[in-house]
Design a protein around this ligand. Structure first.
Ligand SMILES: O=C(O)c1ccc[n+]([C@@H]2O[C@H](COP(=O)([O-])O)[C@@H](O)[C@H]2O)c1
Ligand SMILES: Cc1cc2nc[nH]c2cc1C
Length: 342
């Protein structure tokens, strides 16, 4: 007998929908404690701008009135995509495994950002040698496989107190564009960008492939989990699971670039409140990223023209979160420092 979670009846997606109805909310007492201390610190009220709301956010979603980040983690979900046979990337599929080796050897950009910011790094190989079907021809998954990959992403998140989500997968800016086109409509061309650096002909091919994939899948206007199943990919499914698991475990989340945001957009379409424990680390240079961030109501922390993926923007933003917490915890109060209040 197959287990219920591998049933072809549609049960697994219902389990995921059910989980979304049981997600914890913010810890209001922890937010109040942070605000009370902030009012005593030796600075004009509000003078640290968004650093102040970042501290409240960590308190709210870690349920800690004295918020800390001691064990931040970058999690990279890596996989391969059959859609690359349509000529939508500037790089070959072989880069996927080569970059897994590079992550393991410490040679990737994210390795150095993790060293520089004292962040743990875990890379998850999601059947990287077995690409999902080309979404312009076939659905990426059946429901059981899609739900199992979401579950894998949920299981992957253990022991961190701040989660930086990243990915690796040649062709996945096309996948993310298809997800966004299926969720938000418009023209396929509105959602494609240059990814790893395709030329004008490559960009036109991406738009045509995304249009074909979404039309084949029956979108726009599909249920969000059906969008994931039909035109998504394993790293996006696992990221959906990781975002849910982080919420259940009270771990705040930093979202990386365009591809990670596709997972967030699926959850947002299911329930906008499901992303309240997430901050957009940066706005990637991928053309449509800013538009998707607006759709999901996230103002990015950084805008450095980065378009690497692999969690690099989230790792950088982790440093800002830790700086915000250090300032909040370490500053003197007006009374302690004998500084006059205004
Ligand atoms: O997330 C982003 O904003 C982003 C923007 C451009 C490229 N990427 C990375 O580049 C790969 C996808 O690019 P492409 O051109 O192969 O679709 C994949 O490994 C991503 O991690 C990621
Ligand atoms: C070299 C390379 C490194 C990456 N890291 C994340 N996506 C990537 C894509 C390429 C091509």
């Amino acid at each position: 007998m197959p287990s219920p979670s591998h049933s072809p009846t549609g049960l697994p997606f219902d389990d995921i929908r059910d989980l979304l109805t049981r997600m914890p909310g913010p810890d209001e007492a922890a937010i109040a404690a942070v605000r009370a201390r902030d009012a005593e610190l030796t600075k004009p009220a509000g003078a640290l701008g968004r650093l102040e709301t970042i501290v409240e956010w960590v308190a709210a979603w870690s349920a800690n009135p004295k918020p800390r980040v001691d064990r931040p983690l970058v999690a990279i979900f890596a996989t391969s995509h059959g859609v690359t046979k349509q000529g939508v990337s500037a790089f070959p599929d072989a880069v996927n495994r080569q970059m897994l080796d590079n992550f393991a050897a410490g040679g990737a950009a994210v390795n150095q950002l993790c060293v520089a910011n004292d962040i743990g790094l875990k890379v998850f190989d999601l059947a990287i040698d077995v690409p999902t079907p080309d979404i312009s021809e076939e659905d990426a998954f059946d429901e059981a496989a899609c739900a199992a990959t979401i579950a894998f992403g949920m299981e992957a998140i253990v022991g961190a107190d701040l989660l930086c989500l990243g990915e690796m997968g040649i062709g996945n800016t096309t996948i993310a564009a298809a997800v966004h086109h299926a969720l938000y409509g418009g023209e396929a061309a509105d959602w494609v960008g240059r990814g790893t650096g395709v030329d004008d002909a490559g960009l036109a091919r991406k738009a045509e492939v995304v249009a074909r994939a979404v039309a084949r899948a029956g979108g726009p206007g599909l249920d969000p989990l059906e969008v994931l199943r039909r035109v998504g990919g394993r790293e996006i499914a696992a990221t959906v699971g990781a975002i849910i698991a982080a919420r259940l475990q009270r771990i705040p989340v930093l979202l990386d670039g365009y591809v990670v945001t596709a997972a967030a957009a699926i959850l947002h379409a299911l329930d906008p409140a499901s992303l309240d424990h997430c901050i957009a680390a940066h706005r990637s240079a991928e053309a449509a990223h800013g538009r998707v961030l607006e759709k999901i109501g996230k103002r990015p922390l950084l805008d450095l023209g980065m378009r690497l993926g692999e969690g690099s923007g989230a790792a950088l933003a982790c440093g800002i979160v830790r700086n915000a917490l250090a300032v909040h915890q370490g500053m003197a109060t007006f009374e302690q420092a004998a500084v006059s209040r205004g």
